[in-house]
Design a protein around this ligand. Sequence first.
Ligand code: ADP
Ligand code: MG
Length: 215
Amino acid sequence: KEYATPRGPVTGVRHTSLAIRPNALTALVGPSGSGKTTLLRLLSGLEAPTSGRILFDGVDVTGLEPKARRVGVVFQGYALFKHMTVAENIGFGPRMLGLPGDPAARVAELLDLVELPHIAGRLPSQLSGGQKQRVALARALAAEPRLLLLDEPFSALDPEVRRALRAGLRDILDRAGVTAIMVSHDQEEAFAMADEVIIFNRGGVCQAGTPEQVR
Ligand code: ADP
Ligand code: MG
């Protein structure tokens, strides 16, 4: 991915070939500006690659709109819909997509999963930072994504909340059985949580494997 800028082209992600393990958590680690967010935006369809292809389960999705890709995203400080309750936020995706099943039951299931069954009626302004991120996660999972992308989801939170969420997230992902990629600038966090680690540098992969292999 090359960005066109007034001062000429800027490399987002270089020529890169990468496979993501299904139903596992892959951590993407690397310095600021190394292309981690660009890679996630390419996968979600928010950016189009300058050249190259993206395959989901062997099917080329490069030309597909973000909606059609079924990718869930949780970004740092990801804004919830401020005028909607927690339950409405979580139910938004399933309603938009017209997913089968009872939306209210789905919302309840997700609130249980993130261990916040008691806050369904609250507005985002009435939540703590950690609660907001858990709601953002529930909202992303509610749309039954085939791929979940987390871009430094904890970086705006204080260390204590961060530790609690870290443990919670791993558990939630295991129970949801989803393929997930999490960007972290915290190497310790990545190695502790992930099944696979990809070290990114200057827009490309410099090492990839299990935490044991990469360490
Ligand atoms: P990371 O998430 O690892 O910090 P990014 O993917 O945000 O890295 O950025 C990779 C490179 O692409 C950086 O040099 C950055 O300045 C550049 N870049 C990112 N987004 C844009 C954009 N929208 N326009 C121009 N350059 C961009
Ligand atoms: Mg980034």
